[in-house]
Design a protein around this ligand. Structure first.
Ligand SMILES: *Cc1c(COP(=O)(O)O)cnc(C)c1O
Length: 464
């Protein structure tokens, strides 16, 4: 298709207007360096740039439309325009937040943004910084935990992110998975039994599991910490911001109300914080754990006795642009309870509740438990769990053919009432459908999503 074939009045809504602001912002930034001697024109080779950039645009078209409400599959969406533009603006400088020498302004912005996240959970003091993502953030938290309790076991639920098992192996710490309840939460009785067995240094509470958005029972976990004395780490990479919303069910609300009582915390701004990938955050309630990071780099810290973030981070070079983008986004959408940012999260959650309600009322489906955040899971009614799994895969394909992009998940059969539905349980796990309704727009698209899902389901049933 030639460019001229495209009808510009009909677009899927990729923002272009903000490019005008970009030029103004670049002019402003250039002013700050106006006293430097001239170096001549720094423009790129326009012809080559144009050719390659248009090729890149064509290549990038081979993606699922993560920005569109009919993409309702995995936890993916583009960043907020302010984040995208601020990140791009910083690219003309490319600051490195390892040290103040590499990113003075962006390091200050990182400290402010991280302090705002700490304040969200009620911390006025903390030690924390951004990371390249949730994996690195959790690695640092468990590294600190391992330094405090060398050789002791790390426990997390079977539904915790698989990264915890791998991280523990990297750190040389024993790791064990604790069974889950039928709601995908860490099973407290199983945990107690294991704690009685001894040797536990750290328990990971998942505040919003990646598969189902289940929230581990934090108040009970905190009570156990007091009794047994382990370190409690909260992996809230996905769910961390949901405490700001006003429409959580009681158990989740109670967990979020105690989030500030954990010892360390991970929240991914690149999951629900409207940021480009490359932005996780790790926080410790006690700033004194900074002592573990001590080193004497001979070449990085020259500019001041002020804290360089590289002194409290395992990663050395880090994207200053990520901090700039987060700081800018949070100026526009502060982390306030009941604020605009919280409204966006609450809208996704309403979309999830609405989809779940429709699934419950329709006997083509076997719904999973009610969503605790904005993730919905459901199975297909069939003679057996294996047939249900085949059917789910077919519905997934039929939906994609109709431009509705869902996700498949392999989950314990215990998450569904197959017995009550008269479905033979011939395997321990089921391939089911999963939808992460993480865009506020999903709320007004639920009816459309439901209609396409219905058509796709009928087509899949007919074909089988
Ligand atoms: C996504 C996620 C991770 C891993 O984070 P990345 O940013 O993908 O490295 C860890 N834990 C949970 C609960 C997650 O949802």
């Amino acid at each position: 298709m030639k460019d001229t074939d495209m009808d510009n009045s009909k677009t899927v809504g990729l923002d272009k207007q903000s490019l005008d602001v970009m030029r103004q912002a670049l002019d402003r930034m250039e002013c700050a360096f106006a006293s430097l001697p001239e170096t001549g024109d720094a423009s790129a080779d326009t012809q080559a740039t144009e050719k390659i950039l248009l090729d890149v645009a064509t290549r990038l078209g081979d993606n699922y439309p993560y920005f569109h409400p009919l993409y309702a599959g995995q936890m993916l969406k583009p960043p907020h325009p302010i984040a995208r533009l601020s990140y791009a603006l910083a690219m003309w400088i490319n600051p490195n937040n390892h040290a103040l020498d590499g990113g003075r302004a962006s390091s200050h912005m990182e400290k402010e943004a991280v302090a705002d996240i700490a304040r969200m959970v009620g911390w006025t003091t903390h030690l924390g910084h951004l990371t390249s993502g949730g994996t690195m953030a959790n690695l640092e938290a468990l590294w600190v935990a391992g330094r405090l309790a060398p050789g002791k076991t790390v426990l997390a639920s079977e539904q915790a992110h698989y990264t915890h098992g791998r991280i523990s192996s990297v750190l040389g710490l024993p790791f064990e998975a604790v069974p889950c309840s039928q709601l995908g939460r860490l099973d407290m009785n199983a945990l107690k039994r294991r704690l009685d067995g001894g040797g536990i240094g750290t328990v990971v509470a998942t505040i919003g599991t990646t598969a189902t958005g289940s929230v581990d029972p934090l108040p009970e976990l905190l009570a156990l910490r007091d009794a047994y004395g382990f370190r409690l780490h909260a992996d809230a990479a996905y769910g961390g911001y949901f405490g700001l919303t006003d429409n959580l069910a009681d158990p989740a609300r109670q967990a979020y109300d105690r989030l500030g009582d954990v010892d360390s915390l991970v929240i991914d701004p690149h999951k629900h914080g409207l940021q480009p990938y490359g932005c996780g955050c790790v926080l410790s309630r006690d700033p004194a754990v900074g002592r573990f990071y001590k080193h004497d780099s001979p070449y990085t810290y020259f500019s001041s006795s002020e804290l360089h973030l590289g002194e409290i981070s395992l990663e050395c070079s880090r994207a200053g642009a990520a901090a700039v983008a987060l700081w800018a986004t949070m100026r526009h959408l502060p982390l306030e309870r009941g604020g605009s940012f919280a409204h966006g999260l609450a809208a996704g959650r309403r979309a999830a509740l609405s989809l779940h309600k429709k699934l419950v009322a329709d006997d083509r489906f076997v719904p999973g438990f009610a969503p605790e955040l904005d993730i919905v899971i459901w199975s297909l009614r069939a003679g057996s769990v294996s047939e249900s799994s085949d059917l789910a895969r077919r519905v997934f394909d039929e939906a994609a053919d109709r431009q509705l992009h869902l996700a498949l998940a392999e989950l314990p059969t215990a998450f569904f009432d197959f017995e009550g539905a008269g479905i033979q349980c011939d395997q321990d796990t089921v391939t089911c459908l999963r939808s992460v309704l993480m865009k506020p727009e999903h709320e007004s698209w639920v009816d459309r999503i439901w209609m396409i899902l219905g058509e796709a389901t009928d087509a899949a049933i007919t074909a089988s």
